[in-house]
Design a protein around this ligand. Sequence first.
Ligand SMILES: C[S@@+](CC[C@H](N)C(=O)[O-])C[C@H]1O[C@@H](n2cnc3c(N)ncnc32)[C@H](O)[C@@H]1O
Length: 218
Amino acid sequence: MSHRRRMRQREFYYREAVREGYRSRASYKLIQINAKFNVFKIGNYVIDVGAAPGGWSQVASNFVIPTGKVYAVDLDYLEPLDNVIAIQGDITDPKTQERLKTLIGDPVDVILSDISPKVSGNWSTDHARQIYLTEQALRLCASGFLKRGGKFVCKLFMGDLYEDFVANLKILFHFVYFYKPKASRKGSAEIYAIAKGLKKGPLRKKKKPKKVEGKDNG
Ligand SMILES: C[S@@+](CC[C@H](N)C(=O)[O-])C[C@H]1O[C@@H](n2cnc3c(N)ncnc32)[C@H](O)[C@@H]1O
C-alpha cells in the first residue's frame, strides 16, 4: 500500500472516531473483531489491559451494557467513561494485579489486551517488550482472573517470540484464531489473536462485583 493510501486509511478511521465519539481509532479494530468472532454478550464482565485512552473499553462497554461492566487498566490516567472502572497502574506490578482481583471479585468473561510499550523504533526491542507485556495479560487468564470457557483477545507484534507465545495460547484455550482487522494498517506488523474457551479456570459464581475501595469511573 502506498504511503498516501495508508495515510488516507488512518485519516478515515480518525475522522470516524471523532464523528462517532470514540476515544481512539483503535476502537474500530475491536468493533471489526467482534463482528467476525462474536466476543461479547450483554451482561459480560470484561478486563481491558492497556486501555488508555479508552477506545476499546468504550466499545466493550457498549456491547455488554446494561448489566455488564468493564475494568480498565493502564499506566496512564483514563478519563471517566460510563460503566468503566479504571485502575491506573502497571499490569506487571503484583500490587496492580491484586487491586484488580479485589475489584472484579469473580473471574470475568473476557480479557482484552491492546497493550504496547512506548515504541523505540528498534523493532526487535519493541517486539520483545510488547510480547512480554502481552504475556502478563495471558498470565491473568491462567491465574484466576478469567472464568473457565472465557475469551481472550490480544494484539501481537510479529517477530521471533511470536511462535512461543502462540504455542502457550493454544495450551490454555480450546480455539485460537488470528485476524488483522481492516482498521489495522496493512503495512503494520501487528496481528490480533482471538482465543476462546479457557480450558482450566474458576467458574463465575455471582454477577455483582464486590464493593471495595477503588476508583470507580462509571
Ligand atoms: C495502543 S494503546 C491502547 C489503546 C486502547 N486499546 C484504545 O482503544 O484506546 C496501549 C496502551 O498500553 C499501555 N501500557 C503500556 N505498558 C503498560 C503496563 N505495563 N501496564 C499497563 N498499561 C500499559 C500504554 O500506556 C497505552 O495506553
